[in-house]
Design a binder for this molecule. Sequence first.
Ligand code: SAM
Length: 264
Amino acid sequence: MAHHSHNHGHHHHGHHHSAVDGMSHTEANAHFFDKMAEKALSESWLKVERRMTSELRDRLVWIGIEWANKDVEASKDVRLLDYACGTGMMTRTFAPHITSATGVDVSPAMIKAFNTCIPDSGLPYHRVSAVVGDIISDPPSSSVTGPDFQDFDLIAIGFAYHHFEHQDVSVRKLSERLKPGGVFLITDFAGEQKGHVPEEAAATMKVTGFEEEDVKSVFAKEGLVDFGLEVLKENVVFEMDGVTIDRKVFIAKGRKPDRPVASI
Ligand SMILES: C[S@@+](CC[C@H](N)C(=O)[O-])C[C@H]1O[C@@H](n2cnc3c(N)ncnc32)[C@H](O)[C@@H]1O
């Protein structure tokens, strides 16, 4: 397929495909996901969400942050950034183990859906918020500046890494928002997509999937340590525009060092 070179992430410099002529890659994403927002709560996708929620919750220890202990008064704050949040799968997944969540997405319709779903997370309203914005762009959107968008314990990105224009830049820009010792977590598709991807969806992607080495090398390049990656034993299956998508999925993590690693 013309859209997908067989290189991965950081080898993509110079390529530029967008959904509609004249739209930047990010605008193409906002445009596409605005239209997708309704379907994001379809039974087919909710099934993926339930599956991912249990896979991720099974790995709380592996993820390796100190989770909130809500039984203890004045338990320390555990702050999640749910980046490219969509309707908030990562927020709902980690809600029982964190004290606050911040969603950011380039699609206004997704942010609207996220805000409608806040009660489902079980977190109180004043502990959850979501805004339209882009942290990866240079400069970042004005909506995502200030202390509320800094010093996260966990940044989690669900099925969005393959939509970012430059994977290395995304890891760099987002890691800046982590506390020292904070964890960067991605779940996304492993390997190449085989078969047909609906045209407009394909145009929002830079790559259709990643190999372990692709993710590992970007994390290392951007200074994250304690890399780990697990491929789920069972594929994730869902419908997109009448097409059945059957994909291998991985969960990857890296940690921002407690102190910056001295550069030599
Ligand atoms: C497949 S959805 C996944 C949503 C959610 N994280 C989940 O797992 O259900 C991908 C999301 O990435 C968002 N997105 C794409 N590029 C982005 C960017 N540069 N910055 C922020 N969000 C972005 C899209 O608007 C869309 O909501």
